[in-house]
Write a protein that binds this ligand. Structure first.
Ligand code: NAI
Ligand code: MG
Length: 327
């Protein structure tokens, strides 16, 4: 069986790290892929006026899964609709520290399960008068339940013991009150052991004692911010993959952006993108192959060439070649 994969490199280092993921997937002999490349981002907008052309939407909608690099200034115009195209409601962001890296917190293994469709990213903002603007935060019981079910399932399937529900229901009483109640009800109905945590205090605990957390279920913005914070604990954005999971379709992308400060230099760390490809393998049912890719990345991080963000001098292509060799 051949799997059709939409490949959308995007802008900046997206153009440099996406080929690394394709190289790695091509090196897996047990799975056949057909890669269909499509444009999105600042460059295609400058050319055509559209950051996410209809053709790209169609390719992503028809594919079995999508690999996305990163977009630049147009990121919101690309990734938010793309997540919609694949029907994704859950953003899965694992943050792990690896042996051999000089991480702030070397004992971190946390998976953020971020609600992906609403909250403050629902896109409802207004200018009331000159100098006054508002934003509407949307929380629904359905979406809160759905993300909690996904999070508790994820913890069980991946052998994580601790589930934490992040919220700020003491202040956002209606919206996060609903999120907390709905997510807690899911945990209760399963007889699951879980904790709840105020997201601001949680940020502090994550910095000081990340080893106490496994799976963290979050509203949209909290998941975005806390997972980037965790990236800082484990060695930077070059290491964090993510999956945007829907009922049937899914999109895989590194957590990082287009990194204009290093774009074009050939020194971007491909690990986040390659680990995103490993999540794509899991999603298609090739868990063993996904594990092989993770092991290869881990081995190269421990003793192979490193890009400058990890203190090395190697380029994207050297690291990618080392990962493929390891496979
Ligand atoms: P960024 O993630 O692009 O970069 C933040 C810092 O991390 C930079 O110093 C960068 O060099 C470093 N970095 C990121 N990925 C790296 C990698 N693979 N290897 C080595 N170093 C890496 O975030 P920033 O600077 O906030 O945004 C830059 C542009 O990216 C903006 O235009 C923003 O809109 C866009 N962006 C796009 C996203 C997406 O497409 N999903 C997500 C986040 C930002
Ligand atoms: Mg972000």
């Amino acid at each position: 069986m051949t799997h059709e994969i939409a490949v959308i490199p995007g802008d900046g280092i997206g153009q440099e790290v996406t080929p690394a993921a394709v190289d790695v997937l091509e090196a897996i002999e047990t799975v056949d892929f057909d890669f269909v490349e499509a444009d999105a981002g600042d460059a295609v907008k400058a050319e055509t006026g559209e950051a996410l052309p209809q053709e790209t939407r169609d390719i992503a909608a028809d594919a079995d899964a999508t690999l996305f690099g990163a977009a630049g200034e147009t990121a919101a115009d690309v990734i938010l609709p793309l997540r919609e195209v694949v029907g994704s409601f859950a953003n899965v962001r694992p943050a792990r520290s690896y042996p051999g890296l000089d991480a702030v917190q070397p004992d971190t293994d946390i998976v953020f399960i971020r609600e992906n469709t609403e909250g403050v990213y629902a896109g409802i903002e207004s200018e009331i008068t000159d100098g006054v603007r508002t934003l509407t935060r949307v929380i629904t019981e359905d979406a809160s339940e759905k993300i909690a079910e996904f999070g508790f399932d994820y913890a069980k399937q991946n052998d994580y013991d601790d589930v934490t529900i992040a919220h700020k229901a003491n202040v956002m009483r209606e919206t996060d009150g609903l999120f907390l109640d709905a997510a807690s009800a899911v945990g209760d109905s399963r007889g699951a052991d879980y904790d709840t945590a105020l997201m601001d205090a949680l940020a502090m605990h994550l910095v000081m004692t990340p080893e106490e957390y496994d799976v963290i279920i979050c509203p949209n913005l909290a998941g975005d911010v806390l997972s980037d914070l965790a990236a800082g604990l484990v060695g930077g954005l070059g290491l964090l993959p993510s999956a945007n999971v829907g009922e049937e379709n899914a999109l895989f992308e590194p957590v990082h952006g287009s990194a204009p400060d290093i774009a074009g230099e050939g020194i971007a760390n491909p690990s986040a993108m390659v680990l995103s490809a490993a999540m794509l393998l899991d999603h298609l049912g090739y868990d063993e192959e996904g594990d092989r890719v993770r092991a290869a990345v881990e081995s190269v991080l421990e003793s192979g060439p490193k890009t400058p963000d990890l203190g090395g001098e190697a380029g994207t292509e050297d690291v990618t070649a080392a990962i493929v060799d390891e496979l």
